[in-house]
Ligand binder design. Structure first.
Ligand code: ZN
Length: 161
């Protein structure tokens, strides 16, 4: 459950996808990196929607900034075409925070235009600790946490604000 009235999704992602995101984020330092996630939506045991990530698309951050990002529109278009060709649904997007925690910045919230998307944020700010991936639903200027579950484990990471 989220604190808002919006449907609570869980996001299920394979360790390999998570590790690829981390590698992409580390290769992109000092800048933020970004991309899209695609897959399908299943029903969980409690009737909740579970977004199952089947493919991760890595985009160029054309802002080349450590504090914000914009996805390359041509790469976005080719990703959407690839999703259509493979019968995958667009589930949301992700970006990295090189130096700040895994929660949406004021700008992230302001620029979030799609309430059906899951907004994933990968933080590398842990200073020697493991990177942290969290997911959020953002609607009407309010971010509420979604749960990220690693496929094959029972571990849920609950985003907190
Ligand atoms: Zn951000």
């Amino acid at each position: 459950m989220t604190s808002s009235g919006n449907p609570a999704y869980k996001v299920r992602i394979e360790k390999a996808h998570f590790e690829a995101m981390v590698a992409h984020a580390q290769n992109g330092l000092p800048n933020e990196t970004c991309g899209l996630i695609a897959g399908r939506v299943e029903r969980g045991a409690g009737g909740e929607g579970v977004k199952v990530v089947e493919k991760v698309y890595f985009m160029t951050n054309i802002d080349a900034s450590s504090e914000h990002f914009s996805m390359d529109p041509r790469e976005q278009l080719s990703a959407i075409k690839d999703m259509r060709a493979n019968g995958l649904a667009l589930l949301g997007n992700f970006h990295s925070h090189p130096e700040t925690p895994a929660r949406p910045s004021a700008e992230d919230i302001r620029l979030a235009y799609d309430p059906s998307a899951s907004y994933l944020i990968l933080s590398l700010a842990g200073d020697g600790e493991d990177p942290v991936l969290r997911a959020f639903h953002i609607e009407n200027g309010i971010a509420s946490p979604e749960e990220v579950m690693e496929k094959g484990t029972a571990t849920f990471t609950r985003g907190d604000l």
